[in-house]
Design a protein around this ligand. Structure first.
Ligand code: ACO
Length: 429
């Protein structure tokens, strides 16, 4: 095993270096505090590995993303979302029997307990869909039994997986129907995963919804591209919350909350709002870039930059190509597409964006596709959450299986006041 030597006050310490299957190296500092009294400080976890994981590989310098070893480009072209979910969660592509069993279980578990539907009665019409979704997913632990450690390896885990994959889709569609004051549309047994979601979202008794295969495929693609992305903010949240051994529904609820933020999954909505604003106010691309570069302006160019990708995000590449192909077949908001392409082109020539390695990320183009499918802007992150579910589940299970098991508990460097006495109220200034 490779070692690294650390010297503090002329005293030398040897630390282990671990190596991943793709050759990436990590300094194992788990014994650092014990041996030296020091902790490792890395605000924002910019260079801290929180776990070893066999699920997703990213090479940010070379724009590579693979799920369980399979390049994202191949999955995007050939796989379904359900196959991808199986691959992430169970570590292998399903064979025919496994896939048909999974499809059957997804259908059988797509309904929501009718009692639980009363939750929707108290939700005001303009409630944020991510707030509804996270609350409802947590509420699943009220209506559907969770499991204890003893039955973890039994059928129960599989059942909880299908419940989550299937019911979250139903809940997401119901959140939308609730927000527009329309009756819920129940899932259909004869439709596939994405078809069923679009049916529940857009069908109404007075206006039947006709499925368009191009849009169904576009949704499948979006879900596949979002399915996992190793230790991002929401996934790390799922792992951390789950490490207290709370149930999977609640851990996923925490992940949805983390995903909601505009610096993470909420960025796709911000991108569309930004493109709309550029269009409506007639702003020039130059003005927008200037605003993004001005340090005392807190505006950032949403859909650009990434903690890990310092080269093109491969998911953005796939989405851009899909949009270029779809424009020829269906109605897409073309002025918005033009502005996005123009913005990307200008940013790629701009010194600031070049120097800071700021390339379009997955959220830059996903909003345009969501819009083309007919998804309203405040539902974008909800679709992202449906897509990210398999990743959260897979990462949660991997965390749960880790031996020796450790609750997630970072340390800190305290920078507050030194010890002092309590001052009675009457003596305070
Ligand atoms: N627009 C303008 N400036 C930016 C942007 C941006 N989109 N992104 C980063 N920068 C700046 C940073 O402020 C930083 O400047 P500084 O060195 O003067 O402080 C510099 O570029 C380098 O930034 P990084 O360290 O590479 O960024 P970090 O890893 O901390 O943050 C993040 C990554 C949050 C994604 C950031 O790029 C950002 O805010 N982007 C816009 C929001 C967005 O699109 N989020 C979606 C990410 S993908 C996903 O979650 C699915």
């Amino acid at each position: 095993m490779k070692k690294a030597r650390l010297e503090i006050d002329q005293k030398k310490y040897d630390l282990n270096i671990c190596e991943g299957t793709e050759g990436e190296l990590g300094l194992d500092i788990s014994t650092l505090r014990e041996e030296t009294g020091l902790i490792a400080l890395d605000e924002g976890y910019q260079n801290t590995g929180s776990c070893k994981s066999a699920i997703t590989f990213i090479d940010g310098e070379n724009g590579i993303l693979r799920y369980r070893g399979i390049p994202i480009e191949e999955l995007a072209e050939k796989a379904t979302f359900i196959e991808t979910a199986y691959l992430l969660i169970f570590g292998k592509l399903p064979n025919k029997e496994e896939l048909s069993k999974l499809s059957r279980l997804l259908t059988e578990n797509s309904l929501i307990n009718e009692e639980m539907l009363h939750f929707f009665d108290g939700i005001p019409p303009n409630a944020p869909p991510m707030a509804i979704l996270s609350s409802m997913v947590n509420a699943l632990s009220i209506y559907y039994p969770t499991f204890s450690e003893e039955d973890f390896f039994s059928i129960t885990f599989e059942l909880i997986v299908v419940r989550l994959l299937s019911k979250v889709r139903t809940l997401a569609a119901y959140s939308y129907k609730n927000s527009i004051g329309e009756p819920f549309v129940y899932p259909r047994h004869d439709l596939k995963y994405s078809e069923n979601f679009l049916h529940m979202m857009f069908h109404s008794p007075v206006k039947p919804y006709k499925l368009n295969p191009d849009l169904v495929r576009a949704l499948e693609l979006l879900l596949i591209l979002h399915a996992d992305h190793e230790q991002n903010c929401s996934t790390s949240t799922v792992r951390l919350v789950g490490s207290s051994k709370v149930n999977l529904y609640t851990s996923i609820c925490a992940g949805i909350c983390a995903l909601w933020g505009p610096l993470h999954g909420g960025a796709n909505q911000q991108v569309i709002e930004m493109l709309d604003e550029i269009q409506q106010k007639g702003l020039s691309v130059k003005e927008v870039l200037q605003k993004a570069k001005t340090k005392d302006d807190d505006f950032v160019l949403y859909g650009f930059g990434h903690r890990v990708y310092k080269n093109y995000d491969p998911r953005a590449n796939i989405l851009k190509k899909t949009i270029e192909d779809l424009v020829k077949k269906i109605t897409i908001d073309e002025p918005l597409v033009d502005i996005a392409m123009e913005l990307e082109h200008a940013a790629m020539q701009d010194q600031y964006f070049i120097e800071n390695n700021l390339y379009p990320n997955v959220d830059f183009y996903s909003g345009i596709l969501y819009k083309a499918i007919g998804i309203p802007e405040d539902m974008f992150s909800v679709i992202f959450a449906i897509g990210r579910l398999p990743g959260w589940i897979a990462q949660w299970k991997e965390m749960y299986d880790t031996v020796p098991f450790k609750i997630g508990r970072p340390r800190q460097i305290y920078t507050g006041r030194k010890v002092r006495s309590y001052i009675p109220l009457e003596e305070r200034e």
